[in-house]
Write a protein that binds this ligand. Sequence first.
Ligand SMILES: *Cc1c(COP(=O)(O)O)cnc(C)c1O
Length: 395
Amino acid sequence: MHATEFQLPTRFGTGALGGCYAPETLMQPLIDLEEALRGAVSDPSFQGELKAELRHYVGRPTALTPAPRLAAKLGFRNVFLKREDLTHTGAHKINNALAQALLARRMGKEEVIAETGAGQHGVASAAACARLGLKCTVYMGVVDMARQAPNVARMKLFGAEVVTVEAGQGTLKEAVNEALRAWAGRCDKAHYILGSALGPHPFPTLVRTFQVVIGEEARAQSLEQHGALPDAVIACAGGGSNGLGLLVPFLGDALQRFAVEAGGHGSALGEHAARLDGGRLGVLHGCKTLLLQDEHGHTAETASISAGLDYPALGPELAALAMDGQVRVLRASDEEALAGARLLCETEGILPALESSHALARLPDLARMGFSSVLLGLSGRGDKDLSTYQSKLGL
Ligand SMILES: *Cc1c(COP(=O)(O)O)cnc(C)c1O
């Protein structure tokens, strides 16, 4: 298989969506970042170093695993799993964190700031910073720290400082607020590694640039291992980084693309994080996109069993693709996600992250729609969610 050449998309920004709604102090650092990104991507030595790290440290390419017992149980001919759970640190987040840490070092920054929800991006950033000798500070909501305690310990072991964010709901939204604020105060020395395809330009493009490796590998592996592409490709969507990473390389193909949001425990505002149906265009954390908001335009509270999907905005590029009809957005409830996790565990002996379980939960519908061969992005492993599985599944 050919190693992926990281390329900037030809189209920067996403028309009406995206943009750069950032405070004045961050404008120059964001312009510098875009420049550094362009420089890095066109520099063979950066590409070479990133590819070597992805191979020898992260463990890429990740496997494309056939799931025959799962397929038989649901009535598919084939189900294939793109195994980001097998990467070092256990989720796709490391692809982006490592690339951005290399970018930070290239820009001469000695320090990295990151935010985290489920803790996977914090762990990935802390690991990448330890690997490259950079100081790392991670902002995390107090509620997420409680539900993802093992990841807090991992970040600390990797030498990162974890800053507790008490404000608001104590989840990802508040952590991003604090991280952006901290970055504005230290942007001369620090780089901010944003963890999803969100935030002010160039972050959404930057993150997607370093995540499309997922779909490029999966597409090539489908052709190599099975001689054909699947009929449908599906991933879960928080901000949208693993979803874009998997789906974008399939945009030119005659197949259906799906993203699954968190349906939480109800359909009223505040009970879910399903932005496509529930959201309207608005601005959060520097970009314009589909956002859950109340009738006054205040960002709404969200709820999900999975910390990684518990965010009020869908990333602007995935939102644009959804509004364009190129990606169909579905939702899965907390209960359905738990059932999806159990199904994969029992049929294939793979413990998925709660986030990825939302995509698994919609597989029966894809079977009913008549798809016979499906490729699913398994964005991460479920070890971090063991305590939730234990309590919710009565183990
Ligand atoms: C963070 C995370 C997600 C959600 O983030 P995206 O940017 O939408 O990919 C999904 N799965 C796992 C395992 C995560 O850690």
